[in-house]
Design a protein around this ligand. Sequence first.
Ligand code: AMP
Ligand code: TRP
Length: 342
Amino acid sequence: MQDTPQTQFTTRVFSGVQPSGGLTLGNYLGAIRRFVDMQDDGNETLYCMVDQHAITVWQDPATLRRNTRQLAAGYLAAGLDPTRSILFNQSQVAAHAQLAWVFNCVARMGWMQRMTQWKDKAGKNQQNASLGLLAYPSLMAADILIYHATHVPVGEDQKQHIELTRDIAIKFNNDFGVDFFPATEPVIEGPATRVMSLRDGTKKMSKSDPSDMSRINLTDDADTIAQKIRKARTDPEALPSEAKGLEGRAEARNLVNIFGALNEQSVDQVLADFGGRQFSEFKPALADLAVAKLAPISSEMGRLMEQPEEIDAILAQGAEKARAIANPILKRAYEIVGFVGA
Ligand code: AMP
Ligand code: TRP
């Protein structure tokens, strides 16, 4: 066994979003706003548009191109700064897919089949799902570990995939007798790690929900946002004055969480202001707040989308910086595996 260098794992943040549709308020509060916070904390940050993950289910090519640029516009409009964060699309850094192949041979079938996202997305007809959909978490582990990333900000739904990433890192290190890949930490924090559907408080808000009324899109205009909040499902009770009173009231809890997350207040602070009031008063306040916070992002996205060359140039520069970090790590991984010429 070749001796391994002492690897020093300094804080490095990586995360990704799939360009498989428009961005939702869930993506913004659960992920992108956290990306901006971590950038502002002075970390080394890499944020990716995971186009190769998107094609695990069918994507029309022209739509995929548009969604990738729109996601990049969303990142920029929300405050990610290409001089401080590395912003790029996954397909342009070949090392992700190259390392993923190695991980496909380290990870076990059973690990993939256990994933709840696989079970949800493949549904009843698993035989007809793409092989990529099953191997999805292996590529995700490669996205993270190709940078030796230590911290991954995500929403609650991705926790199981990050745990699998750790399992893959540990098994690789054990199989080859090295201390090469770090144990990655999920960063699942903040008041909105799970923003729920506006139509059903037990389902997460998702860009793939067939009902557009179930979500707020970052591209929605003020009237649409206000209408969706007005029509959001609630119960007939007034708001409670403390968080305990939200138990068993999924829809009420969701709207209060969203208010708190947008206004950077705790649930208790929101309820201190709105406890005892009816939804007929709370909903207009929430709609005004949502419009005030989201309208600048949406208009900046619109502006950026009119300059696709600017977006493409940012992504090209980001990919170059990402390759400079990823390629030496891939080379070392290939050497560890025993590939000649690496
Ligand atoms: P996706 O749109 O599935 O690629 O998700 C991108 C990021 O947004 C991931 O970190 C997700 O965990 C996060 N996310 C997606 N939907 C929600 C939601 N409803 N609430 C909180 N976070 C979310
Ligand atoms: N699976 C993530 C999602 O659907 C997206 C993703 C792909 C990701 N690779 C990643 C997130 C690496 C964090 C780190 O939300």
